[in-house]
Design a protein around this ligand. Sequence first.
Ligand code: 5AD
Ligand code: SF4
Length: 422
Amino acid sequence: MNVYDSWRIAAMLDARGMEQTDSVADADIIILNTCSVREKATNKVFSELGRIRDAKKPNALFGIVGCVAREAGATAFHRMPDLNFVLGPQSYHKLPQILENPDARLLNIDLSGLEKFDEMPQMVTAPVVSYIPIQEGCDHCCTYCIVPYTRGREISRPFADVMRDTLHAVKTGAFEICFLGQNVNGYKYTDGNGKTYHLSDLIRETAKIPHLYRIRFTSSYPTEMTDDLIEMFKTEPKLLPFLNMPIQSGSPDVLKRMNRPYSLDSYLEIIDKLRAARPDIQISSDFIVGFPGETDADFEQTLKIAKQVRYINSYSFKYSPRPHTAAALMPDQIPENIKRERLAILDNTLNEIQREFNETCVDKTFTCLCEGSDKTGRHLLYRTPYMQQCIVQNRDDSSAIADIKITAANRASLRGKDVTLK
Ligand code: 5AD
Ligand code: SF4
């Protein structure tokens, strides 16, 4: 979501005749887009701001946007008096105000909902893989998570707006779209005629767009994986056979304290249904280790479920206490060294599963999408339907979508040969 927000900010500055530069010393405006989901990223923000302040031109405007801006609010100006603006994740469309009035200080951390999507100009050229936000915020209130505070309550964008943005992206260069939302499968929009649209409706309609080759969505909440959505994996070949559906922990006790009200059986049942709908589907997850009160036995259950589901690509984190969250106040906070140990063990397990899956791909052929080339230009970087990176020799006749036969694999990437070429 932050990557998408940064694109929109860049598009807005672009439309005002500005250009991007890699050098802080050259820039007339510097915007740090920030994430507060874990403490480590938050802590880095103010040291990074200090570095920017020391390197920038004296009259260059600089500020922070995103979730740390919302959390810090006016205190950001106390910690860093040189800041010109502090804008939350739903108010960065107010940025032009500071361009028009650079001597003022701009603070806006409102949760204004969808305004930003409508007030910002679109990108002139869409990336090959374009993100399309369809909802923002989250009503789930997991006890560890700051998102409901920083991004607010769940709100879904109008169906027609999402269709318009998707068509625009495809017309201007997108081959793949990824529907985005903190709780993307909770998408629910009722139009003026009382017709209600869900994510499955968006997939069905966008799949009809010619020259759009691949569709995916992230991130999904397990209990909102409804049958109409699962059915899409059966009926819409453009929907990639890959799904991020975080389980977070394999321990029913920890899940209860996380306020994630699903049982392991119901989670596994969803996976069975997905596999019945699309036998080649693969799943990825997010995990948190060292949640307050997590015992060795709880952690063992997380390892067990990881091996059982065989997630092919996952994100795992040490629990990080966040302001405004219930878990930060829970007893039995786990010491850092235990969190570190458990994370290393889980990462080893997940990496091994990923390597084994990648090895099963050797000799198979996948239709892949080219996302760019390496630095030398001698190799193209393709993505398989499972989001694996595949390195392929560059040729003049290479195309954006190609059938790639996998020739070698390690944990992090694959190598392949373009079999659409003679
Ligand atoms: N500590 C560690 N990880 C967290 N996440 C969210 N909040 C926290 C936290 N307080 C992780 C979850 C979520 C991902 C986006 O970030 O795994 O799925
Ligand atoms: Fe945070 Fe995701 Fe839970 Fe929502 S569902 S509160 S975004 S972890």
